[in-house]
Design a protein around this ligand. Structure first.
Ligand SMILES: Nc1ncnc2c1ncn2[C@@H]1O[C@H](COP(=O)(O)OP(=O)(O)OP(=O)(O)O)[C@@H](O)[C@H]1O
Length: 894
């Protein structure tokens, strides 16, 4: 039901001096058939010395000051703010004061057949449970409501099981016989005290009403019963109830945990106690009221039975420990009290069996779970999921309230998302105008709680701006023509019958039959009390006249009553006849309907079963969906983390690469410079070696020249040694011995009369060659495999001119032995061609030198110094340098 009217601002909301939130709309007045949601604020005590952020300014206003360590203060968005509520209860306010002001009017409404919703809202640890439950000695709203209800209906309670829930959110009236059967069944089903030693029945409280029968749910543990005995009950009551009605009280207790509804009063066998409860569905009854389908509704006849049910449910509530509050409620709990009343029959004896005459009032007392920040409570796993669900359902509650307010302000018809959360879905009827809504905002004034308290304050203030339609008064007097005072008349009659003996006379024990008659008088009286009949002399006539008048009035009244009786009897008879006729028609119709109803029932049962399985499937899909969502969120987080790691690794790899590059570059440069210096050193060594060898050759030439006096070999002055030049790969590959080197040939260069014999030429005339093998001094015979090949030769130790100057000798070889740098014997064979000179002489032109050397392969040779890592280019260069150094065409045999 949409509330379209908005009304003027109430004076209390526009009090001077109060800084209001800008743009706040006017609050509707109550004269429009609507009531605003009543919001009161309760501050909880703060330990001495702790910093506060909430102060009470007056009965309706609080001042919220941001502390320096709050987020809002840090972001610079904080400022002092005043909030106004219906009433502000200071931290010294008692439970009774709060109950009288807030909950008692709702109990009055309940007993008059109206609905009410009261919920406690606030952050974790702000005192919601304390406000709703309280302690044994100082009960909160819930136990006080129970006490006041029973205090008020104690004399008008229906017998147990007369009203029976029909499991479709309504009640049936049973006949006294059926109710008695149920009572007997209950007694039989109640465990015997001997079988359950840890539990015992609570004796009914004195004056506990005419319930009789005792409750099956009334068993408590000794501890609880002790606690009950120390309980201080609320003694007040509500007056003005219809005494001719019979009342019964039913309680149900459900919790909404992770957006599932559980029945906290579900009968569970002790062995199954630890199994989790089955979740329940929310359904709409015939009157479009939302209710928890299949939730247990327990009839309670005494406050202790009701409190026992409350405690039983609380034991099952999911209470988890968080770091904020050691006993924090992790679920929303809804304790619902339903009071059923129906008129007694004309005799004042039994309840009229007519559903239309029945009136049911409902009061829902809700302890919401605390809103909390997950990072502050360090929740994880299940607790984190709980926190998410709690915050989500509270968020939906806020959204519903905001949408309602918006609709009412703008006369719009936006859909209110009641169904987004179970808690709002369950409250839908209240906001649609089926009852009064009140909210107790519990506030913990500690400065630490500022950031969350401010959200609670804003929401609470906003809630006050929502109005709900005032429920129409339900006619408790059904206008069915029943005589008022039936209950009392019946009681008196019963009392009189009890006092009268079986013979209809007053029993001996009774003081007098007259007293009973006197008590009956007010009920069956035909007029005022009899006038005095004492005959005072002189006033007899007057007395008689007065008596006559009295009797005439009485006779007249009697006649009127008789006439009325006759009229009523006639009307009744006609009604009976008519009813009888209708009854027979109805019977026929009933038979037809029953037949079709059976079919419908079967179809309904099948549909119900399908619905149940669909709901179960839907439930599990929802659960799965939620799990998948959670998994997805977790995976997304994980992915993000992994991507971050990858990025970091990439960066690290780049850094290492860069470092390696730099090091490689440095190493390369170092090696290059190292190599250069080594090469330089080797070159120097080779040059030195070459110089030494040149020296030796020169010495050899000198020897030869000296030994062969008269041997006319013109010798040219030694030419300057050619400057070593850097060799190239090509030069190495196309190695040509420098036969023209004047240092070796000893041929006079300027004349150039004789061409040096080439090896090529030599090979062609090998057979014709006659060698002059010159071995001066002692030559060691070496076991070399390679031996000079000289087919024709003449060996001499001392050279004679005629050995050379003849026509036969064409080749000359000088064998010379030496010691190399390793101490090995090196045999040098300096070869030359014996060529005729133009003067008719003979000249030896040195063209080749062969070196025979034996060396130990294990011994270290100078070339090894180059090391294993010697670069090919470097080796080649070094060889080339060596060859270049041996400009005389030296060949090495090893
Ligand atoms: N008005 C008060 N007077 C004295 N003590 C109080 C008051 N309000 C709260 N407390 C104490 O503060 C503590 C926390 O209160 P309570 O459990 O009621 O918080 P809560 O809002 O229900 O928390 P949660 O949402 O976690 O269930 C309890 O020990 C309670 O006794």
């Amino acid at each position: 039901m949409r509330i379209s009217k908005l009304c003027s601002v109430t004076p209390s909301r526009t009090k001077a001096g109060v800084r209001k939130t800008p743009g706040r709309p006017a609050r509707p007045s109550q004269s429009d058939g609507v009531d605003p949601v009543e919001v009161v604020c309760r501050l909880r005590p703060v330990p001495e010395g702790e910093e506060r952020c909430v102060e009470q300014l007056d009965d309706t206003t609080v001042l919220v000051t941001p502390p320096a360590n709050s987020q809002a203060f840090r972001y610079g968005t904080a400022k002092e703010q005043q909030y106004k509520f219906g009433t502000v209860f200071p931290d010294t306010a008692t439970q009774k004061q709060l109950f009288d002001a807030v909950a008692k009017p709702l109990v009055r409404d309940l007993l008059n057949g109206k609905n009410g919703l009261l919920f406690a809202y606030g952050i974790t640890g702000s005192g919601k449970t304390h406000t709703m439950m309280g302690s044994q000695q100082d009960g909160g709203i819930m136990p006080r409501c129970i006490d006041v209800i029973f205090n008020s209906i104690v004399n008008y309670q229906a017998r147990r099981f007369v009203f029976k829930p029909d499991r479709l959110n309504s009640f049936d009236v049973q006949t006294e016989a059926d109710a008695m059967l149920d009572r007997q069944r209950e007694i039989l089903n109640t465990p015997k005290p001997g079988k359950t030693p840890r539990k015992r029945r609570v004796p009914p409280t004195p004056g506990g009403g005419g319930g009789g029968g005792g409750g099956g749910s009334g068993s408590v543990t000794p501890d609880e019963s002790d606690a009950a005995s120390t309980r201080v009950p609320e003694v007040s009551q509500v007056s003005g109830l219809d005494e001719d009605n019979a009342f019964a009280v039913f309680v149900s207790y459900v919790e909404i945990y992770n957006n599932y509804v559980y029945d906290l009063l579900e009968e569970v066998a002790p062995e199954n106690m630890k199994k989790s409860l089955q979740s329940r569905m929310l359904r709409e009854d015939n009157n479009k009221n939302i209710y928890v389908h299949g939730a247990s509704e327990v009839e309670v006849s005494t406050p202790s039975e009701a409190l026992d049910a409350l405690r039983r449910g609380q034991r099952r509530r999911k209470v988890a420990h968080t770091t904020l509050n050691t006993e924090s409620s992790r679920s929303h709990s809804v304790f619902t009290i339903r009071v059923v009343q129906a008129p007694l029959d004309p005799r004042g004896e039994e309840v009229l069996d007519d559903k239309a005459l029945m009136v049911v009032g409902q009061l829902s007392l809700v302890d919401l779970a605390g809103s909390e920040r997950t990072n502050r409570t360090k929740n994880n796993g299940d607790r984190l999921r709980e926190a998410g669900n709690i915050n989500n359902s509270l968020m939906v509650l806020r959204t519903c309230i905001e949408t309602l307010r918006e609709n009412q302000l703008n006369n719009a018809n936006k859909m209110v998302p009641y169904r987004d959360s179970r808690i709002t879905h369950l409250f839908k009827n209240y906001f649609d105008g089926e009852g009064k809504v009140k909210m107790v905002v519990c506030v913990n004034p500690r400065a630490e709680e500022y950031d969350e308290t401010i959200h609670v304050m804003k929401f609470a203030e906003l809630t006050q701006e929502v109005v709900v339609a005032r429920p129409a008064d339900r006619p408790l007097d059904m206008g069915i023509g029943l005589t008022p005072g039936r209950r009392k008349a019946n009681q008196i009659l019963r009392e009189a019958q009890r006092r009268l003996g079986s013979d209809g006379r007053p029993s001996e024990a009774e003081p007098s039959g007259g007293e009973a008659a006197a008590e009956l008088a007010p009920v069956f009286c035909l007029g005022p009390v009899w006038p005095s009949m004492a005959m005072t002399p002189g006033e007899e006539e007057e007395t008689v006249r007065c008596l006559v008048r009295f009797l005439e009035r009485r006779v007249q009244l009697r006649a009127t009553l008789l006439h009325e009786l006759q009229r009523q009897q006639d009307a009744f008879r006609q009604l009976l006849v008519k009813t009888e006729m209708e009854m027979s028609a109805l019977r026929q119709e009933n038979a037809q309907l029953r037949a079709s109803s059976d079919g419908s029932s079967r179809r309904t049962a099948a549909l119900e079963a399908r619905l149940a399985s669909a709901e179960a499937a839907n439930d599990s899909l929802n659960r799965r969906f939620r799990e998948l969502n959670e998994n997805q969120a977790a995976l997304v987080n994980e992915l993000g983390e992994k991507e971050m790691l990858l990025n970091q690794e990439g960066l690290e790899r780049e850094r290492v690469k860069q470092r390696m590059k730099t090091r490689m570059q440095q190493e390369k440069e170092r090696l290059a410079s190292d190599m250069k210096s080594r090469i330089k050193m080797n070159r120097e060594m080779l040059k030195t070696e070459m110089r030494a060898k040149d020296e030796k050759l020169r010495a050899l030439r000198d020897i030869i020249n000296n030994e062969e006096a008269g041997f006319a070999v013109p010798s040219a002055p030694p030419a300057p040694a050619p400057r070593p030049r850097p060799s190239t790969a090509n030069e190495t590959a196309t190695f040509r011995p420098s036969r023209s080197d004047p240092r070796l040939s000893g041929t006079p260069q300027p004349k150039r009369t004789v061409a040096a014999t080439t090896r090529h030429r030599r090979s062609k005339s090998t057979d014709a060659e006659v060698w002059l093998d010159h071995r001066p001094g002692h030559v060691l015979e070496l076991a070399t495999i390679f031996q000079p090949k000289m087919k024709k030769r003449k060996s001499v130790t001392k050279l004679d001119a005629k050995d050379v100057i003849n026509d036969k000798t064409s080749k000359y070889v000088l064998t010379h032995q030496d010691q190399d740098s390793q101490g090995e014997v090196e045999t040098h064979m300096v070869k030359g061609d014996v060529l005729p000179t133009v003067g008719g002489g003979r000249a030896v032109v040195f063209s080749d030198m062969e070196t025979l050397r034996l060396s130990n392969p294990g011994a270290k040779r100078p070339s090894d110094e180059l090391g294993p890592g010697l670069d090919y280019e470097l080796a080649r260069e070094r060889c080339a340098t060596g060859i270049e150094g041996h400009a005389a065409g030296k060949r090495r045999k090893t």
